[in-house]
Design a protein around this ligand. Structure first.
Ligand code: ADP
Length: 184
């Protein structure tokens, strides 16, 4: 499914983010940029060791929660990987929503800085970081919609949801945003 907001399209697909052909692929990293399981492990495995070499060399202090850093993309079909650090869910009163929104915004700003016209996001923080999927969908999609309307770039923002439950949660929220925007 996709919805147009201004000059940008927000698209939802169910699948594996490592297979996407886009200018930038976003990784759900940890603040030490140390690699791990989930989507982080899959991206490092598919991209090859160059990613870890580059994060160690360029970002030895890691990356704070709510922010993102860029590397090349190794063997992935992308030009860049943006390593975004989402918050660990702690019940909702530890600025989790603000930090998740800020992680998405940091990636969208990196996309503009690196002249990317297309970017693919996973559902950051919804795995081992336990952010509830429906709330993550609201924060992720409304942040992205606002960025689209403010900046008109990048042209394509694709959310790659790994399982049906995540796809459903994101689809419900995107439908609501489209309706609120006056689209049917
Ligand atoms: P976090 O630590 O930010 O919660 P995880 O990697 O544990 O990160 O999970 C984030 C989301 O990425 C989860 O919804 C998980 O199902 C999903 N995911 C795992 N592997 C992939 C993949 N190859 N492509 C897209 N999404 C993935």
């Amino acid at each position: 499914m996709f919805v147009q907001f201004g000059k940008c399209q927000i698209e939802l697909v169910q699948g594996d983010i490592t297979l996407q052909e886009v200018d930038a692929i976003v990784n759900a990293a940890n603040s030490r940029l140390a690699g791990g399981g989930g989507v982080d492990g899959a991206i490092h495995l598919a991209a090859g060791p160059v990613l870890m070499e580059e994060t160690r060399r360029r970002y030895p202090d890691g990356c704070p929660t709510g922010s993102a850093v860029a590397t090349s993309a190794g063997r992935l079909m992308a030009k860049h990987v943006f390593h975004a650090v989402g918050p660990v869910w702690g019940g909702g009163h530890r600025k989790e929503r603000e930090l998740l929104s800020s992680a998405y915004e940091a990636c969208l700003n990196l996309a503009i800085e690196h002249n990317c016209e297309s970017i693919a996001f996973p559902a950051i923080s919804t795995g081992v970081y336990r952010f509830p999927k429906d709330q993550a969908a609201e924060v992720s999609l409304s942040t992205t919609r606002d960025f689209c309307l403010d900046h008109g770039r990048p042209q394509l923002i694709r959310f790659v949801l790994f399982d049906e439950g995540s796809y459903g949660a994101f689809a419900r929220v995107l439908e609501d945003l489209a309706t609120a925007d006056g689209q049917s």
